[in-house]
Design a protein around this ligand. Structure first.
Ligand code: NDP
Ligand code: 8X3
Length: 252
């Protein structure tokens, strides 16, 4: 029987690469996102390349009702989720505290914190019932260190960091592993979203160095998930070699 992984935000970036990695290892994949057409493309590709079963769930993680309805109406054969990857998330804007948009801040809180909370609360009962499971949360180096104009994005990822730590404690009696992966700069759709479609600004983020690629994080997430039952990687901060911390880069 193939194992089952549920990946939020699988229409691009880390989530898509993670789905590819797990599907290649014969996991059946539940993939989620808001963009239905992109999700369908990913599903078709995974199905054709790897012959695994793919279930697509289209919902906005900010929508509590939609999240719970989607998870609660999973067909019986999809309920034994082995690995949940809370990946859906975003940054919006890079403005000072005094200039940043409240709407952007609320969207980041609703997506990065409340979205992760809804999906986890919906999936955890399926794991506690089986007394097994692994939750992998995508945090960020931004949740570990403050940087200029990072304000609410940093705060939401600090929340993911702390939630991961506390989930690990509370879920201990159920043998559920909790891993937080905190990447540095990675060349996905992240910066296009952050800078609201400004391709030039997005490109500048990665000028003069080789950033992480989505596949790098996918490989690490998969490695964490494949360790023996008695081994759990609690957290990892992962940067490209040209990035020393949240703010120091070697650029040429
Ligand atoms: P992408 O923009 O490429 O992917 C983000 C994914 O999240 C998309 O699949 C998107 O799907 C989904 N998503 C966003 N908002 C929602 C929502 N409201 N409901 C459902 N799905 C949503 O970025 P990354 O792959 O880089 O980002 C993935 C995670 O990694 C995020 O949590 C991000 O904060 C984190 N991260 C990214 C870093 C980077 O430099 N790239 C570094 C550190 C952490 P759709 O639009 O179809 O809904
Ligand atoms: C994304 C990395 O440094 O832009 O989480 O915050 S950073």
């Amino acid at each position: 029987m193939n194992k089952i992984v549920l990946i939020t935000g699988a229409t691009s970036g880390f989530g898509k690469a993670i789905a590819q990695k797990f599907a290649a290892a014969h996991y059946n994949c539940i993939i989620t996102g808001r963009r239905k057409e992109k999700l369908l493309e990913v599903a078709n590709e995974l199905n054709q390349r790897f012959g695994v079963a793919i279930l697509q769930l289209v919902f906005d993680v900010q929508d509590k009702k939609a999240v719970f309805e989607a998870i609660e109406s999973l067909p019986e054969e999809w309920k034994a989720i082995d690995v949940l990857i809370n990946n859906a998330g975003l940054a919006l804007g890079r403005d000072s505290f005094q200039d940043a948009s409240l709407d952007d801040w609320e969207t980041m809180i609703d997506t990065n914190v409340k979205g992760l909370m809804y999906v986890s609360k919906a999936v955890v009962p399926l794991m506690t019932a089986r007394k097994q499971g692994h939750i992998i949360n995508l945090g960020s180096i931004a949740g570990k260190e403050a940087y200029k104009n990072g304000n609410m994005y940093c705060a939401t990822k600090a929340a993911v960091d702390m939630l991961s730590k506390t989930m690990r404690i509370d879920l201990l009696p159920f043998h559920i592993k909790v891993t937080a992966i905190h990447p540095g700069a990675a060349d996905t759709e992240f910066s296009m979203v952050r800078f609201k479609g400004d391709a030039e600004k997005a490109k500048q983020t990665y000028n003069g160095y080789t950033p992480l690629h989505a596949e790098d994080i996918a490989g690490i997430a998969f490695y964490c998930s494949e360790l023996p039952p008695h081994v759990c990687i609690n957290e990892l901060v992962v940067t490209c070699t040209a990035q020393a911390n949240a703010t120091v880069f070697y650029q040429v």
